[in-house]
Design a protein around this ligand. Structure first.
Ligand code: AVJ
Length: 345
C-alpha cells in the first residue's frame, strides 16, 4: 500500500526561504482563534442551556449555512427589513453624505454581505474615504470586501473582531481630520435587550468624537400578524435558520439533538415589545452535548429561547440614541422601518 504523497508537484514553482516561512505560518493565527471560538461556543452552550428557561445565543446562527439561510430570509416577501432598509439607503444616500460633510471614515459593524453598504456608497458625492468593516465572521468580511472592490477610490480595512474590539482598532488607526460615520443596520440592535442596546450605543459613542455620527436601522412595531409572518414564514426558511443552531451544536460539539424532536416557534411578546424565537421539544427526550458537559432531559413542550428581535416606536429610537449621547439629525421611515442619523454630542 502506498503512502499518500505530500511532495510538491514538480510543476510548482520553487519557493524562497521567506515564502516557505510565510507558508508555514499562514493560518496559524486563525487556527488559534478557531480553537478559541470553539471553546467559547462550548462554554456558552453549557451556560445558556442550563438557564431557566433554557437559551442559546442568537449570534451562533451565523455559520456558513446559517448566513446563507439568513440571506434567503432577507429575500422572503414576508421579511421586509433588508429590502426596505436598502431602499432607504439608496434614496437618502445623497442627503446622508451632504449632512456628514466632510466625511472621511465609514465604519460598518456587522456588514453581512456588504450589499447595503455598497448601496449607500454608490450615492456618495466625493471620492476617497476610508471604509472599515468589523465582523467576527471572516466569510462576511470577504463577501463585504468583494461587494466594494468596484469602488477603487476607497481605502478598505477589514477587522475580524467583536464590535467593541473592532471599533477600538479603528479609533486607534485613525489619523484623519474628517468626520466618521458608524453604521449599525438591519435592526441588529434589536437582538440586544434594552440595557444591552444602551450599553452598546454608549460604547459606540465613547469611540467617537463630537460631530461624528451613527446611522441606525431599527424595525418598528407593526401588526402582530405581520410580525409573526416575518419570523414564521410559510416556506419554513426561518424554521430551518432556527433549527440550524442544533445542526451546528451536533456537528461542532458532538451533541445528539434529534432535529425532528424540536419545532420552530415565533411569539410576539407585547409587554417586552419583541418577537421571540424558540425551539420547542416535541416530547420528553434526553440530549447529550459532550463538549459542553451537558446531559439534559427536555420535557414535552419545553422551549429553548434562541432569539429576541426587539421592535421600536419612532420615539423609542430617539430616546435610546439620546441616552447614549447622540442627537438625532434625521429619521427616515418607510414600511415599518426607521433609519436614523444621529450626531455625537
Ligand atoms: C439579522 C438580527 C436583524 O432579528 O430580524 C431574521 C435575524 N431572525 N429572522 C432579525 C432574523 C429571524 C434578524 N437580524
Amino acid at each position: 500500500m502506498s503512502e499518500p504523497s505530500f511532495e510538491p508537484s514538480p510543476l510548482a514553482p520553487r519557493r524562497t526561504p521567506e515564502e516557505q516561512a510565510r507558508d508555514r505560518n499562514r493560518g496559524v493565527g486563525s487556527v488559534v482563534s478557531h480553537q478559541a471560538a470553539h471553546q467559547q461556543f462550548a462554554e456558552e452552550v453549557e451556560y445558556y442551556l442550563s438557564l431557566t428557561p433554557r437559551q442559546l445565543p442568537s449570534r451562533y446562527f451565523y455559520d456558513e449555512l446559517g448566513s446563507a439561510l439568513f440571506e434567503l430570509i432577507s429575500r422572503l416577501p414576508w421579511y421586509r427589513i433588508t429590502r426596505t432598509e436598502r431602499r432607504l439607503l439608496g434614496a437618502h444616500a445623497g442627503d446622508i453624505f451632504a449632512r456628514m460633510a466632510p466625511l472621511s471614515t465609514l465604519v460598518e459593524l456587522g456588514p453581512g454581505n456588504g450589499e447595503k453598504l455598497a448601496t449607500l456608497i454608490a450615492g456618495r458625492s466625493h471620492p476617497g474615504m476610508s471604509v472599515h468593516l468589523v465582523d467576527v465572521s471572516g466569510a462576511a468580511l470577504e463577501a463585504a470586501t468583494r461587494a466594494l472592490t468596484i469602488h477603487t477610490d476607497l481605502v478598505l480595512s477589514a477587522h475580524q473582531a467583536s464590535y467593541e474590539t473592532g471599533l477600538a482598532e479603528v479609533t486607534r488607526e485613525q489619523r484623519t481630520t474628517g468626520r466618521s460615520l458608524v453604521l449599525f443596520l438591519g435592526s441588529n440592535i434589536g437582538n440586544f435587550d434594552p440595557p444591552g442596546a444602551d450599553a452598546f450605543l454608549r460604547n459606540v459613542r465613547a469611540a467617537l468624537t463630537g460631530g461624528d455620527a451613527v446611522l441606525l436601522g431599527a424595525d418598528l412595531v407593526k401588526p402582530e400578524r405581520d410580525l409573526l409572518l416575518a419570523y414564521d414564514d410559510p416556506l419554513g426558511v426561518t424554521a430551518a435558520f432556527n433549527r440550524n443552531l442544533l445542526v451546528r451544536a451536533n456537528r461542532e460539539l458532538g451533541a445528539d439533538f434529534d432535529l425532528d424532536g424540536f419545532t420552530h416557534r415565533a411569539v410576539w411578546n407585547a409587554d417586552a415589545s419583541r418577537i421571540e424565537m424558540h425551539l420547542v421539544s416535541a416530547r420528553r427526550q434526553r440530549v447529550r452535548v459532550p463538549a459542553a458537559r451537558l446531559d439534559i432531559t427536555f420535557e414535552a413542550g419545553e422551549p429553548i429561547w434562541t432569539e429576541s428581535s426587539h421592535k421600536y416606536r419612532q420615539n423609542d429610537v430617539h430616546a435610546m440614541l439620546d441616552r447614549a449621547g447622540f442627537g438625532a439629525i434625521e429619521q427616515w421611515v418607510e414600511d415599518g422601518f426607521a433609519l436614523t442619523l444621529a450626531e455625537a454630542r
